[in-house]
Ligand binder design. Structure first.
Ligand SMILES: [Fe+2]
Length: 303
């Protein structure tokens, strides 16, 4: 069962335990998250000039749209304010800054009306981040930059939190992906040939769970949750920000969600930065993850 907690006062230890059991936490906008939204909006305004960023897709060729977003997104990811605001957000929400490590935030765009669903605006099919070499203690955070609706948000498929799917995650290795595919996103405006881990069996995507929060509102959930991009039929490009965290105690203790079907290799452990000093996780803590998730696929869920 997936419970949704709104503005919970649970401690971070309690929250992580609930998240590893499949729960989702939703928080009202904070001054710090609104500052991040403001930064994203300012950068989008600089990029698109007088054109509304949510409507810009309708006034430029798709190649140009992909190109300008391809230039904007790395600038946002590496903006120094992001490395200040993320620890501030996490601190406000009870994370221990000395033991919480975050990955730089991504800005995502989901164009409307099938204008662009590949490359820089990849419309994610149902997937778990653990199929993409994320550890089972990874917690994903997500927030909208502009108001969202049920037809331009993201969706969860909660029944699969405990139910495995046959999938191609065994072909995915994060280190290999970084070497070969990641930096080519903006060039794929038609088909996207990059190998994405996918289910090999039909996924029952309805009913799904869609959580709508205001800009700057946040939700966090396990990287093992099956989730997808809702086909955007809203008439507006959706922009969102997401980032990922891990807690040192859980990395060392190999705690996290159950592995019901992930066979990816490699690890994202090298990406996380400590909130206090932006240092990386100690190699002694992450060595067990280098080859792939140390959590074996649960026998009961294996097919
Ligand atoms: Fe994802």
């Amino acid at each position: 069962m997936t419970n949704i907690h709104y503005d919970s006062t649970l401690t971070d230890d309690q929250r992580r335990a609930r998240i590893y059991a499949g729960d989702i936490f939703v928080y009202s906008p904070l001054a710090e998250s609104l500052a991040l939204v403001k930064l994203a909006r300012e950068m989008l305004a600089q990029t698109f000039g007088s054109v509304d960023p949510e409507m810009a897709q309708f006034s430029m060729p798709v190649e140009q749209f992909a190109k300008v977003l391809g230039e904007l997104k790395p600038r946002f990811i590496h903006h120094p304010e992001c490395k200040r605001l993320l620890p501030a957000i996490l601190g406000r929400l009870g994370c221990d800054p000395g033991k919480t490590y975050f990955d730089v935030p991504r800005m995502r765009s989901a164009a409307s009306n099938d204008y662009l669903t590949t490359g820089i605006a990849y419309a994610f099919h149902p997937h778990r981040d653990t199929w993409y070499s994320a550890p089972f203690c990874q917690i994903n955070w997500w927030m909208p930059v502009f108001p969202i609706t049920n037809d331009n948000c993201m969706a969860f498929h909660p029944r699969y939190f405990s139910q495995g799917l046959r999938n191609t995650s065994d072909r995915y290795n994060y280190q290999e992906w970084n070497r070969n595919s990641r930096y080519n996103a903006a060039q794929y405006v038609d088909v996207d040939p990059r190998p994405q881990p996918k289910s090999l069996e039909p996924v029952e995507t309805t009913p799904d769970l869609r959580i709508l929060m205001p800009p700057g509102g946040l939700m966090c959930f396990s990287a093992a949750h099956l989730h997808s991009t809702v086909p955007n039929t809203s008439g507006r490009t959706r922009y969102s920000i997401d980032f990922r965290i891990v807690h040192l105690d859980d990395v060392e203790g190999m705690r996290g969600a159950e592995n019901v079907d992930s066979h990816s290799t490699g690890t994202t452990m090298g990406d996380y930065l400590r909130c206090t000093d932006l240092s990386h996780l100690p190699a002694s803590a992450t060595a067990a993850y280098d080859e792939g998730p140390p959590q074996a696929v649960a026998v009961a869920a294996a097919r």
